[in-house]
Design a binder for this molecule. Sequence first.
Ligand code: ADP
Ligand code: MG
Length: 541
Amino acid sequence: MQPMIIILKEGTDSSQGKSQIISNISACQAVAEAIRTTLGPRGMDKLIVDNRGKATISNDGATILKLLEIIHPAARTLVDIAKSQDAEVGDGTTSVVLLTVEILKNTKTFIEDGMHPTIIIRAIRKATALATKKVKEIAVYVKSDDAKEHRALLEKCAQTTLSSKLIARQREFFSKMVVDAVLMLDELLPLNMIGIKKVTGGSLEESRIVDGVAFKKTFSYAGFEMQHKKFLKPKIALLNIELELKAERDNAEIRLDNVAEYQKIVDAEWSILYDKLEKLHTAGVNVVLSKLPIGDVATQYFADRDMFCAGRVQEDDLKRTQKACGGAIITTVENLNEQSQQVMGTCEIFEEIQIGSERYNFFTGCPKAKTATMILRGGAEQFIDEVERSLHDAIMIVRRAVKNDSIVAGGGAIEMALSRTLRDYSRTVPGKEQLIIAAYAKAFEVIPRQLCENAGFDATNILNKLRQKHAENHMWFGVDIMHEDVSDNFTAAVWEPAVVKINAITAASEAACLILSVDETIKVPKSSAEPSNAAKAMNMA
Ligand code: ADP
Ligand code: MG
């Protein structure tokens, strides 16, 4: 009799082989269905309600996939590549997922026919190298000597990104704003030096950009209204100190037997606080910002001496102010005096301004770091949230374009060009590889096809026209979203930075190879207190 060998815990689910690869591919296809319709200028948005009832409206592939909470292990790969595309280049997240799935779908038949995945993977790798090489070859370098021309280029890139978003109609307005913001930064273009603030109410066009730091007025006590709200070249103290009487608030226990003792404690509290306030005052500080609360006594004290204060300033705002205005965030005022200028920041103008129903503190003309703050206006909260995400994409794209100014035409043009090149190449290789590379080449067509489908065009017709144009060497022809036709998208200025495409192609191919190379999934059940039957059986033996 054969002995029974138990290796895995009871309840472990394991499936392997061809059928496992195919089932993984099917799972990925299901994920792609979820975001397919969001691609392009005519793409639809998705409304997702999470388990806490928070609604999000988005058109961004990475955001949607993140919120879907996919649990299928293979399909999670898609979520990961969308996220990494978002982090690396910031745009093209929907495209990268669609491309991966299309590559998988086109190679599925080979798996079904019993071809070994390794052969497929090798061919895909080869084709990927070829495709990225081609993108680099045909990408157009736009010189940045002429500042005006350079700006126009950047604005066009931002516009292409924004044209597929909720704010497509205001894309001119916002692309200017995005380019302004990016150009305000220093050479390294640090993303965290662009602050985005959202104020509900008002119209989108009331959004504005501030050349400096701005944040919402923090909670304040009585006395605040009497403070000065505008300073020229103020001395700014950035604190991590609580300016509040503590006794009533903290849960300390002190045993006293007479009133005088109590009075002493209260007096001590006051004098500690007054000491700190006086140090700030004599050092000539005009604006006091603190990460920690500033109480009513302190607020009144500052008001009496023509100083401005804001407590509970958010940490990232405080840090940005510090970077922009100079100085340091200090945790003690002990050594503060008029000589200690280096720990105090300054700027040209500090003022408090009313925006809609909210008040904002503005620091402009900052001497140290270059920074920009966008203040977004708009009706609903979900709406502004999506505007913020869209602008993030555009900012990333403009940064990319500033860093390496090579671009390709979008709207499916670059994809059709790659498809053609790879198809031509496939004819020169013999055997199975030819079939695989041809299938890979065809996968690129998913982008123009989906753009057509989302716009309600006859995709077959448009794709035929595109294939014909590309066969005639018109390599920048892509979908013309406005006129249900094809057009030269390079002259039509539908531009995307080449690195977005290169990153998308490599990431999609890598993910496809990864999914093709997994032929076994083993799922271990959650451990439970009760011993399983298998364990019992082994004990008995
Ligand atoms: P992703 O998350 O992949 O960036 P989008 O929804 O932003 O997805 O769609 C991007 C696609 O839409 C790109 O292929 C881009 O070339 C195309 N696209 C953007 N604007 C236009 C336009 N005006 N005409 C044609 N295609 C466009
Ligand atoms: Mg996009």
